[in-house]
Design a protein around this ligand. Structure first.
Ligand code: AHM
Ligand code: MG
Length: 323
């Protein structure tokens, strides 16, 4: 191994970002995000022992039952992100309105996040995640290709942070619990051109469009793909990022706009996929081209490897704008 490779292998996220020349303010912001994620990871490990599982009895702005851990994770992210002077705006799945921190010393970053993705997995000890998108505060409702960076944390057998930056690619850091630091483990990641698995909720099939149905029939039939679906987007996407394939939550009769949220689920994962060499569509346009009209907007999402996406997109829609 060369000296340079050795240096990268042994780096924490802050060291890695410094080594790669990322701006100080961005590094400070990532430090607060990862600090919050470590707190959430620790809480997830012991929640069952402390009576922290179960619902709060409240419903969020999406009309979904809020779990105690959703609430804990949201408070933990907000409290830590408020400590970063670089951040002036916060948007969270668990808050009906965005939080604007009007103070002249505050920097111009906005952080849009889903504190716990895959909440239905919480009470059965399966993997969940946190997703985040970094934007200029003036770009909260701009198209997804204006994102500055995006990432997620997967709370699985290991706690893994994936960070996508236009200049430095998609990199994977794994939490070393013995020292409480995310260490560089892999990157820059290239999503394989084609994979062997797909993930979607097949119970929604009766409500899908004929195009989606035909595509999934191809995946489970002639193409030879296998199904992998955990109910947590972060985990299912992570497999696709590493091994190729496709994840889809298309529009259906019950979810005419799709189920997932554009700003803190669809757009950041599309941004990560794009930097890793994959792509993402809403069925009719590139996810990164969509102009949001409101912060909790939903979007149909089909994301993954180029070959699977090529097969899905009718020729009239294949020429998504190149950024
Ligand atoms: P959440 O952020 O409220 O947990 O919702 C998002 C989740 C995704 O993680 C997952 O892929 C999807 O919703 C699962 O939906 P379904 O249970 O309809 O298959
Ligand atoms: Mg959530």
């Amino acid at each position: 191994m060369t000296d340079a490779a050795q240096r990268v292998e042994e780096t924490t996220i802050p060291e890695y970002l410094a080594l790669k020349g990322e701006p100080v303010e961005f590094r400070a912001l990532v430090r607060q995000v990862t600090y919050a994620a470590k707190r959430v990871a620790a809480e997830l490990r012991t929640a069952g022992l402390e009576g922290m599982l179960g619902a709060t009895g409240e419903t969020n702005v999406q009309g979904e039952h809020v779990q105690r851990l959703d609430d804990y994770a949201n408070r933990t992210f907000v409290n830590n992100l408020l400590r970063s002077p670089a951040i002036s705006d916060l948007v969270s799945e668990e808050m009906p309105e965005g939080l604007h921190l009007a103070h002249q010393d505050r920097g111009g970053y906005a952080l849009l996040f889903d504190p716990i993705d895959g909440s239905s997995n919480l009470n059965v000890d399966m993997a969940v995640g946190s997703i985040f998108s970094v934007r200029h505060a003036s770009d909260v409702l701009a198209a997804g290709h204006t994102q500055i960076a995006a990432g997620y944390v997967l709370y699985g057998p290991a706690c893994v942070c994936v960070l996508a930056m236009p200049q430095n690619g998609v990199n994977v850091f794994t939490l070393d619990p013995s020292i409480g630091e995310f260490m560089f483990t892999r990157g820059p990641v290239r999503m394989p051109e084609r994979g062997t698995t797909y993930g979607c909720n097949e119970a929604n099939e009766p409500g899908w469009s004929p195009e989606v149905r035909e595509f999934v029939h191809w995946l489970r039939g002639p193409s030879g793909h296998s199904t992998r679906y955990s109910g947590a987007l972060v985990g299912d996407f992570h497999r696709i990022l590493m091994e190729g394939g496709v994840y889809l939550y298309p529009a259906d009769a019950r979810h005419p706009q799709g189920k997932l949220r554009l700003l803190y689920e669809g757009a950041p994962l599309a941004f990560i996929a794009k930097i890793a060499g994959g792509r993402a569509t809403s069925e009719s346009e590139d996810i990164l081209d969509i102009l949001p009209s409101q912060i909790h907007q939903r979007v149909p999402l089909v994301v993954g490897s180029n070959e699977e996406l090529e097969r899905f997109l009718p020729s009239s829609r294949r020429n998504h704008r190149a950024h």
